[in-house]
Design a protein around this ligand. Structure first.
Ligand code: R1P
Length: 292
């Protein structure tokens, strides 16, 4: 089955981690940010930082992937209190899906009401170019089809309901705000809106798999984010998610191209500044909501 399947953290364990963090910091974050592969510089935009290595936080898993520093950073973005994961967890690291998504529940217990997730993704849509930023409007959860869902196991109503809807996973108001801010910043010719398909990884996709995902309506493919979105929505936080298209998925048998993590990290560096500007400008404009 899946690693440590259905072994989540209890509400009390999550609360203990959140209370430990709250006892060390002055600020109360309203926005939670997750940095994708190679996109960790975003955390450096925070002012008056207080940083924790994941290894020092009770119950936290460790980052094992190059391009994911493994630090939780608290601070403000233009005065707005934020918490930022400089490095996320992935299923292929061998963690249970509940462990992968634990920080999202911690965000909730810290007082976060809006989550902004970023990721690096392969472009499936033939119109997409490397360096495009895709605002995620919907997802296809492949591990979910196989029964690997972060909400598996007993449901604790203190987090959320047993059967949460996902037709409203990506907040429409935040999506429009991202479009508006992107247009203002002059990102019109590389800002997209599309469907993200998550796979388990860590192997990249075959050509046949990429063709299949395109037929299913996916515009980009990656190995993260969706589990975090499900957990965030389950506990009532609003979600905005952005994919940086770091490489073109290989769709042709004649192609000599091969997906590789180095290219993913390099593209991250090229577009990091624009992505940072988009996220920071958005954060300053977000209206605070207590729940979705
Ligand atoms: O989704 P993030 O964390 O950005 O990372 C992406 O980059 C890695 C592959 O290069 C995979 O982990 C994929 O999911």
């Amino acid at each position: 089955m899946f690693p440590e399947s259905a072994n989540g953290y209890s509400f009390e364990e999550c609360s203990a981690t959140a209370e430990w963090l709250l006892s060390q910091i002055q600020i109360r974050p309203l926005v939670g940010i997750v940095c994708g592969s190679g996109l960790g510089r975003l955390a450096e935009m925070l002012k008056d930082q207080r940083t924790f290595n994941y290894s020092d936080i009770p119950n936290f898993p460790q980052s094992t992937v190059h391009g994911h520093a493994g630090r939780l950073v608290f601070g403000t973005l233009k005065g707005k209190p934020c918490v930022c994961m400089q490095g996320r967890f992935h299923l292929y690291e061998g963690y249970s899906i509940q462990k992968v998504t634990l920080p999202i529940r911690i965000f909730k217990l810290l007082g976060v009401s809006t989550v902004i997730l970023t990721n690096a993704a392969g472009g499936l849509n033939l119109d997409y170019k490397v360096g495009d930023i895709m605002i995620i409007k919907d997802h296809i959860n492949m591990p979910g089809f196989a029964g690997n869902n972060p909400l598996n196991g007993p449901n604790d109503e203190r987090f959320g309901i047993r059967f949460p809807s996902m037709s409203d996973a990506y907040d429409k108001e935040l999506l429009q705000l991202a479009q508006g801010v992107g247009a203002e910043l002059g990102y019109g010719n590389f800002l997209r809106e599309g469907v993200y398909c998550v796979l388990g990884g860590p192997s990249f996709e075959t050509i046949a798999e990429c063709r299949m995902m395109t037929k299913l309506g996916a515009d980009a493919v990656g190995m993260s984010t969706v589990h975090e979105v499900i957990v965030a929505r389950h506990c009532g936080m609003r979600v905005l998610a952005l994919s940086l298209i770091t490489n073109q998925a290989v769709m042709n048998y004649d192609s000599q191209e091969k997906a590789n993590h180095e290219e993913v990290l390099e593209t991250g560096q090229l577009r990091a500044e624009q992505l940072e500007r988009l996220v920071t400008t958005m954060v300053t404009r977000i209206q605070d909501h207590n729940s979705a």
